[in-house]
Write a protein that binds this ligand. Sequence first.
Ligand SMILES: *Cc1c(COP(=O)(O)O)cnc(C)c1O
Length: 395
Amino acid sequence: MTNWQELEHQYFMQTFERLPLTIVRGQGARVWDEDGREYLDFVGGWAVNSLGHCHPVVTKAVTEQAQLLIQASNQFYTIPQIRLAELLVRNSCLDKVFFGNSGAEANEGAVKLARRYGQLNLNRAYEVITTSGSFHGRTLAMLAATGQAKFQEPFPPLPTGFVNVEYNNIKAIKSATTDKTCAVMVEPIQGEGGVNLPDDGYLAAIRAWCDQKGILLILDEIQTGIGRTGTLFAYEQYGVEPDIMTLAKGLGGGVPIGAILAKERVAVFAPGEHGSTFGGNPLACAAGYATVKFIVDNGIAGKAKTVGQYLIQGLEKMKQKFQLITDVRGRGLLVAMEFDSDIAQSLVMACLDRGLLVNRLKPDALRFMPPLIIGTEEVDEALGILDSALSSAIS
Ligand SMILES: *Cc1c(COP(=O)(O)O)cnc(C)c1O
């Protein structure tokens, strides 16, 4: 049998710390390896597989679109991107859409849009304020936006135009605002940085400050959007509306796609000022349309909220039992569990051995991002395995 993992080591730049598992097939919340062994997937492609693996509506949409038209360039009109744009606008507070291929690309475009807005309306203001512990992507500009030194330090010099301030501190945003500031960019809930929830009133205070200063609020909903946190978009839970919002991860039901959404008055790009070869291609947009339509029509965000609460309750109970658990937090199906020591990696391995895939968020924390379609039985199964992994970790 081919040793795929050995071949990967031979041919790949070693940028990923992969687990020793080669996934060949997926269905719903389950995946299978080369030997046919089954795993319950609470990683969900890093919050991407919103409807689970190979959901029939996504597979059907992709299959049919692949037989009709895969790519035609944005020199022409194509129907799936227009249908998806309409669906997103009708279900959000935003008016205009641009499609790209990934999260980082969407954020790059959002910052370009904010700079262009600043050039036209804010006396050439261009600076974007971001927060510590944030994650906005891997391109050079998004590394500059990302408030985590470990991502930035290997790659100087980083692009300028970003100011990083302490998270959950509105005063820090206020004192960093100058006549050069065009926008504040935050994740409604910080995902990669730790599933960090905003303090009560923090996002509303940022919104009010942006209004007062006439600057833009960019919400990076790449991880929190498309039902992940229990509403279609996380901003709905905090009583704020962004001027610009970015999406990616869950949007395509597994197929790569990113999007920038903006309010009408903010959507100031003129022809030629932004673009993408693959962005908005019919294949990805058909997948996105099928995914979002299914989520909206079937109240999947609400289900994610309920089952997410069930998961958090189960984890809270576990916290009573195991002293080494110091915190359980999250919204919907974006959930983290933190420990008093760096045992996350050994727990990931212990869960893997027992047929459960979980994500190591930090050396001392796990993250759970299962498909939004899971039920309480699957949560029970995962909790059982986690309990057994924890028991083995302390013995
Ligand atoms: C994953 C993520 C990104 C980057 O998305 P890519 O598709 O990997 O470029 C940006 N922002 C947030 C909040 C993310 O979770």
